[in-house]
Structure formats: structure tokens, C-alpha cells
Design a protein around this ligand. Structure first.
Ligand code: HEM
Length: 399
């Protein structure tokens, strides 16, 4: 679905359709669901008679094959049963050191760029960090799956990335550079959002203070590499991650298909109905999150998700719903918190003046023009006073 279609749909829904409405995709009924009660019903359904739409299996076959992400029925249940234990928290707990190791190339690359920019305490390198972050997560999953032979895993993920890029190429109309300075409605929105996203970066200062407190660094002295227990204690970092996933959920829809007639609360969904739950819309809903719904405010998660919004199951679902909820959730959360802790202990970030805020709907939601940051060494450190996080001790007794 293009951005134009999404916008048109949002306006159309506002003006004519209401919260939950039925439409037709060719000859198939499709239900666009924003009613929290109905989302709750979908969430409670553990029957194999509801699953991932078959069109997804066909359309994304080269990327996902018959894997757990798109499979259904007994085939899905078998795969999920085998894979799930690999992502239990006890397993993820033991992966923190490999995450710290996987962050070393990224740290080395940013440091060498700062050196190239002059190396002094105030020197800043301008970096489009998307590729580095992607490489980091490829490395984590490769090291977790392939152990010492992780470079093979990396090759696989690089090719998967290329494939997913090919499968989600956007229209050239949206990428003519000279149009970016025109005061069109879209550009004005981009400029406003760019301002808002700066507050996201500012929030990192509080997160850094917490990282240094937990890991024992003070900006000039070396911080220890984080272990699982340290990462678990970083509440501000956790709230920043939650708020980021709320405002920019990578997966924009939870989608299902009914494989027989199904009763969902007061609603009868005939066999073959598509159900679309718009994650991003629910995450920005003022009725659930209050008037600050569109602002970046991690402190809303101070007392947990249930206290942050109405209908938590329907209002906050970055990892999807119930039986099909993301298997990698534990890994993803620990991984991102570990990386944030590692980089905040060493670097300071500001948004590049060149950054343009434009979350783009590809296979997942991504920054359309890249995440461009200015990176400096933290706390006026020079190249010699930094911790070697790769060899710093890891304190967890569970490794
Ligand atoms: C921030 C990172 C991530 C986000 C936001 C995310 C989000 C999601 C979402 C929304 C779904 C679909 C859930 C549904 O349909 O209800 C999903 C499924 C899945 N995710 Fe993730 N995911 C993330 C990272 C990961 C990682 C790191 C892994 C594994 C290494 C992973 C493995 C899976 C699997 C296997 C499924 C399919 C589960 C099933 O259908 O039974 N995810 N994820």
C-alpha cells in the first residue's frame, strides 16, 4: 500500500467510515478493525482456524518461504513449538555478551569517522546510521545462530536485506530530490516532525545518565560493558525504547485471515475474511493515549503499559497479538537496550541538519531518507580515555 493510499484511507475513515468498517479486496471481505473490543477478541483467539492471510504467503514467498512468520495450521504450530524456547529470556540472558561483541565494529567505525573529522573532543562525524544498526542486528542473530562461523549467517542476512529491498521498492515520484524544499503539505509535515524528532534525541541525555550510573562510568572514566542484570535495571532506556516502538512501530498492521466462519464477539466473520488491525493508528489514538498521543514522552510508561493507556492489548502492540505474537520479542528488546547502553556510554548524538523525518512504509516502517546523526565522543573524552567494552568484564552469573 502506498503512502498516498494510507493517507486517503485515513481521511476517508475519518469522514465516512468510522472506527471499524468492511470493504472488499477483489471478492474477499476485509475488515479494518480499530474497535478495542474486537481487537481483544482477535487477540484472545488461539484457534488454528485464524492465521496469516494466504496472499502474504504467495506474495512474500521468496523472502519468507514456508517459515513460521507466514505459515498456518499444524505446520506453523510445529515450527513455533521448536523455535520458541530459543527465545526464552533465560537464553536471551546469555546472549548479552555476544551483543556487546557485535557492537564493536559499529563503535570502531564511528570512532574512526570521528578521528577523520579531527578527533578532538568536540569533533563530530555525520553518519547515516541505518546500515550500521542493520549490520549490528544481522551480526547478533548470526552469532546467536551460527556461533563462531557467524560470517556465513551475515552473508545470508545481507542477501535477505537485498531481497526485501527489491520487494518493497517505492515509486520514483516520491524520491525526486528537488521537490524536498517546496512548501507542500507533505514537506511541511516532514519539517514539523523533524522538529519533534529532535526531542527524541534530547531524551537520550537522560538515558545516558542512567547508563553511566548503572555501568559505573562518569563520562571521563571507562564504563563497564553492560550485562543482562545491568540492562534490566535501565528503566529510562526501557521507556525510551517502548515510546519509540509506540510512535514508530516497525510493523504497521497485524493481519489475519479466517479459515472458517468465526464468531468474534458480536461479529460473525465468514470464512476467508481478512482482518486488518492498524498498529500505528492504535498507537497514536488520542482516545487511548490522551492529548499527548503524538508527542514523544517516554515517561508515560513509568508505571507500565497498562497504566499508560486505555485498552493496553489493543492500544500497544508493536510485537503483534496473542498466539502469533513476535517470537523474537525478548531478544529484540534486550538487543536494542544493550546497544543503546553501549553507544550512550561512549558517544553523544545530535540530529544532523540534513535529517528529514519521513517514516516510510516498506516491508516494515523505516526512515525513508536514512537516520542521519552527528556523533561525538561522550563527555569531552579523547580517543585514549574510552572503555574497551569488548574486553570489559561481564558480571552476569548466567552467561
Ligand atoms: C523491534 C524488533 C521487532 C519487532 C517490532 C517485531 C514485530 C513483530 C510482529 C508485529 C510480528 C507479527 C505478530 C502478529 O502477527 O501478531 C512478529 C512476528 C515474528 N517475529 Fe518479530 N519483531 C521484531 C524482532 C524480531 C526478532 C529479532 C526476531 C527473531 C530473531 C523475530 C521473530 C519473529 C517471528 C519468528 C515471528 C512469527 C511468529 C508467529 O507467526 O508465530 N522478531 N514480529
Amino acid at each position: 500500500m502506498s503512502k498516498f493510499q494510507i493517507l486517503t484511507r485515513a481521511r476517508w475513515r475519518q469522514n465516512f467510515a468510522g472506527e471499524t468498517y468492511l470493504y472488499w479486496l477483489r471478492r474477499r471481505p476485509a475488515l479494518y478493525v480499530t474497535d478495542p473490543e474486537l481487537i481483544g477478541e482477535i487477540g484472545r483467539c488461539v484457534s488454528l482456524d485464524m492465521g496469516k492471510p494466504k496472499y502474504l504467503q504467495k506474495g512474500q514467498e521468496p523472502l519468507f518461504g514456508g517459515g513460521v512468520l507466514k505459515a498456518n495450521g499444524a505446520c506453523w504450530a510445529r515450527q513455533r513449538k521448536v523455535i520458541a524456547p530459543e527465545f526464552y529470556m533465560a537464553r536471551v540472558r546469555a546472549m548479552v555478551q555476544l551483543m556487546v561483541d557485535a557492537a564493536q565494529p559499529l563503535i570502531a567505525s564511528w570512532e574512526s569517522r570521528i578521528d577523520a573529522a579531527g578527533g578532538a573532543a568536540a569533533a563530530a562525524a555525520e553518519v547515516v546510521v541505518d546500515g550500521d544498526l542493520r549490520s549490528f542486528s544481522f551480526d547478533v542473530i548470526s552469532r546467536a545462530c551460527f556461533g563462531s562461523d557467524y560470517s556465513r549467517g551475515r552473508e545470508i542476512f545481507l542477501r535477505l536485506r537485498e531481497l526485501s529491498g527489491l520487494m518493497s521498492e517505492t515509486s520514483v515520484i516520491f524520491s525526486i530530490p528537488s521537490l524536498r524544499h517546496l512548501p507542500t503539505g507533505k514537506n511541511r509535515r516532514i519539517w514539523r516532525l523533524t522538529g519533534e524528532i529532535r526531542s527524541l534525541i534530547m531524551e537520550l541525555d537522560r538515558a545516558r545518565a542512567e547508563v553511566l550510573e548503572v555501568c559505573g562510568g562518569d563520562g571521563a572514566a571507562a564504563a563497564a560493558a553492560p550485562d543482562f542484570d545491568m540492562v534490566s535495571r535501565m528503566r529510562t532506556v526501557g521507556m525510551v525504547v517502548q515510546e519509540t516502538l509506540r510512535l514508530f512501530p516497525p510493523s504497521s498492521f497485524v493481519v489475519r485471515e479466517t479459515f472458517r466462519d468465526m464468531q468474534l464477539g458480536r461479529l460473525l466473520a465468514p470464512k476467508g475474511t481478512y482482518l486488518f488491525v492498524p498498529v500505528s493508528t492504535m498507537h497514536h489514538d488520542v482516545a487511548a493515549w490522551g492529548p499527548t498521543a503524538r508527542l514523544f514522552d517516554p515517561s508515560r510508561f513509568r508505571d507500565g503499559v497498562a497504566a499508560a493507556c486505555k485498552h493496553p492489548q489493543a492500544s500497544f502492540m508493536p510485537f503483534g497479538l496473542s498466539a502469533r505474537t513476535c517470537l523474537g520479542q525478548n531478544l529484540a528488546l534486550v538487543e536494542v537496550k544493550t546497544l543503546v547502553a553501549v553507544v550512550l556510554a561512549r558517544f553523544e548524538f545530535t540530529l544532523s541538519p540534513e535529517y528529514r523525518h519521513s517514516p516510510a512504509f516498506r516491508l516494515i516502517i523505516e526512515p525513508e531518507f536514512g537516520l542521519r546523526l552527528c556523533i561525538r565522543r561522550a563527555g569531552g573524552q579523547d580517543a585514549t580515555s574510552q572503555a574497551d567494552t569488548s574486553t570489559a568484564p561481564v558480571h552476569s552469573s548466567h552467561n
